[in-house]
Design a protein around this ligand. Structure first.
Ligand code: ARG
Length: 665
């Protein structure tokens, strides 16, 4: 965001604050007046009541103003009140909502916190239905209320015409010039975010456990978390991507004991363990079956926790092997993430437990130390009876670190819904311990459902084992290759383009299939479905994009030609051109809306919508006209601009979804 925008935002806040102060002063005087008048025998009851009423209204106004200041900052951070977009794309819907909120407040200053929803309309571009509900509460005629609101809409660059229809719907017609200027802007400057107040966001995602397998649940967390990061980064936020690895705990006892047996010289010679999961299974088997081994494993935990150098070395080696394995998956999927496991918080956990103890937050429970809080369904176990710390201790410490040291304004955790209770509890305890203040920090626990197999049972291999991610991705590659070969792409493309397309389709499909569903639901993992070249799949959409990109290319028109064309105003006379332009410009509203609840499927729905609206446009509007011999006789450059803008927006959607696009496929 530019300094100018920030400056203006601050100025606006200051202005609103001043207004609030003025109103508060006014309220004070009025209250005093009221009290004075009360003693004054001359004052009639009616006057007194009037004053009280006035007082009440002012209180409302103050509350509204205060709220609007808070909302601006806390919620999404979008600045919708600025009419000077520069090269920013405008979030039209958000902007219209703000215009109409102001109009309602200007028309009816007593209305408290009006909720204004703007919808798409058949009769106009958009429609505002605020008059109906308002008329009810004000006991007035809705058409009159609509008229009042309409008259109070301040002049703005978005709207060209407003009228009232039916019982009081306000039809909104967007300005052609504004839409044309915004489309041209996309062609010239690419897809730019709407103005935002940047925040420091910490996103905890992926977060597998060392030595255990990274399973499909972690795959979902990785895909969803990465997409959230990409979206917030696009909007200009400062995002810290954290991998909260389970790298500390009792499982290391048996792993190190097993390591000592298999690789006695491990301290000097890093062990060549190729398959850590098998190694884990072996040690677990011994742990469960062999009493003596179990005893040694417990001993090893104690040694590790007291930082014995040899045990620390073994722990480091195991972590290293595991991280390298995870790294391979991240590399294939194009995921950037910073490893910061639970062990990082060791010394901070000790300090926090002391603090909590002396502040009287901890209670004894059967040798354990637990913490209760309002809103926590179950207490946190802060110290176990053997003196060790738990998942609860590390998360409470970690939230403190993220707020106080990382200076996070917004914390996001992405895990399966099964962990909801744990998260709810430590958020509540953090609040109680005054670590977290919801008015200052936004926290989201972004949950998701389980991955099911095509039999709708928990996703497993045929033999009943958990599916390994690397194998799953390999299968995706192979299936994608088969699919492309079925379509003869291996003969049409160079080997290099073919392998690019194969990878993009394989990884793109796995990600898209996950992201296009409502994340809170369980989802059925099916290669057949995700690799279908028809319907709402990455395979189809990636292909659709290459088709759009090829229109200008086959006409021999390059980007420079289109940019030169953008100097002239674009034509949007055809109904389908106008529809496509408006769909292109919906993008900012879609992404801003997502920041409210972090459900990502609307972005996929939008991507599918834009490709469908493009098809409608392409079927109805010639971009390139050819004669019977196939010779190009006319090129409609304005329409090629629309193709360019469509492709640019689609590419941005893919980029946010973490899906690589290809030129040819
Ligand atoms: N390692 C955990 C698991 O595999 C996920 C950690 C999520 N992050 C957190 N701060 N608790 O389930």
């Amino acid at each position: 965001m530019t300094d100018n925008l920030l400056l203006e935002y601050i100025q606006r806040c200051t202005k609103a604050e001043k207004e609030t102060e003025k109103l508060a002063a006014c309220l004070q005087t009025l209250t005093t007046d009221c009290l004075d008048s009360f003693e004054d025998d001359d004052i009639s009851d009616k006057e007194f009541l009037n004053l009280l009423n006035e007082n009440k209204k002012l209180k409302y106004r103050i509350a509204i103003l205060k709220k609007s200041i808070e909302n601006q900052d806390v919620k999404t951070g979008t600045m919708v009140n600025n009419d000077d977009f520069g090269s920013h794309m405008c979030n039209i819907l958000g902007h219209l909502e703000s215009i109409f909120t102001k109009a309602v407040l200007a028309a009816y200053p007593d209305v408290v916190d009006p909720v204004i929803q703007i919808q798409l309309s058949k009769h106009a571009d958009y429609q505002c239905n605020a008059a109906m509900a308002l008329a009810k509460s004000l006991k007035k005629n809705p058409r009159e209320v609509g008229q009042m609101i309409l008259q109070n809409v301040a002049s703005n660059p978005l709207i060209t015409k407003l009228d009232i229809s039916g019982p009081g719907f306000i039809n909104i017609f967007l300005s052609q010039d504004f839409i044309k200027q915004q489309v041209t802007n996309v062609v010239l400057n690419g897809v730019t975010p709407p103005p935002m107040v940047p925040k420091r966001v910490v996103v905890d995602f992926s977060s597998p456990n060392i030595a255990k397998e990274m399973h499909v649940g972690h795959l979902r967390s990785t895909i969803i978390g990465d997409c959230i990061c990409r979206l917030l980064e696009f909007l200009g936020h400062d995002v810290l991507r954290l991998n909260h690895l389970g790298d500390w705990g009792t499982q290391f006892g048996m792993l190190i004991a097993h390591l000592q047996d298999c690789y006695p010289d491990f301290a000097t010679n890093p062990p060549p363990i190729a398959d850590l999961q098998t190694f884990y299974k072996e040690s677990k088997k011994r742990f469960d079956e062999d009493e003596a081994f179990k005893k040694r494993a417990y001993g090893a935990v104690v040694k590790l926790q007291s930082h014995d150098p040899v045990h620390i070395k073994g722990w480091e080696e195991i972590c290293e092997i595991s991280k390298k394995e995870f790294e391979k998956v991240y590399e294939r999927l194009g995921i950037r993430i910073v490893n910061r496991g639970e062990s990082f918080y060791q010394s901070r956990m000790e300090a926090l437990v002391k603090e909590l103890n002396s502040a009287g937050y901890l209670e004894e429970d059967d040798g354990r130390k637990v913490m209760f809080a309002e809103g926590a369904d179950i207490p946190l176990i802060i110290v176990k009876s053997d003196g060790g710390f738990t998942y609860d201790t590390s998360d409470l410490t970690c939230i403190k670190h993220r707020i106080e040291e990382e200076k996070g304004d917004w914390l996001i955790y992405v895990t399966d819904a099964g962990q909801s209770q744990h998260f709810k509890s430590f958020f509540a305890c953090a609040k109680r311990a005054k670590i977290y203040d919801p008015a200052k920090t936004r926290i989201d626990h972004v949950t998701f459902g389980v991955v099911l197999g095509e039999d709708r049972k928990k996703f497993k291999t045929r033999s009943g084992d958990t599916v390994r991610l690397a194998q799953l991705l390999d299968e995706g590659l192979q299936r994608s290759e088969e699919k492309l070969k079925e379509k003869d792409r291996h003969t049409a493309l160079t080997p290099e383009d073919f392998s690019k397309a194969r990878d993009a389709v394989a990884y793109g499909c796995v990600k898209y299939a996950d992201l296009c569903h409502d994340r809170s639901r369980d989802y059925v993992f099916s290669f057949d479905r995700m690799l279908d070249f028809r319907g709402n799949t990455a395979a189809y959409l990636l292909y659709a994009l290459t088709r759009i990109r090829s229109i200008a290319r086959t006409a021999g028109v390059n980007r420079e030609d289109i940019v030169a064309e953008a100097k002239k105003p674009i034509d949007l006379d055809h109904e389908k051109e106008w529809k496509l332009a408006r769909t292109i410009l919906k993008f900012p509203d879609v992404v801003v809306r997502i920041t409210e609840d972090l459900y990502l499927h609307p972005l996929c729905e939008y991507l599918y919508e834009i490709s469908s609206v493009f098809t409608e446009f392409y079927d109805n509007c010639y971009c390139v006209e050819k004669d019977e011999t196939g010779k190009i006789v006319k090129i409609n450059m304005g329409r090629l601009m629309l193709c360019e803008a469509t492709a640019t927006v689609m590419e941005k959607c893919f980029a946010i979804l973490g899906i690589k696009t290809v030129e040819r496929m």
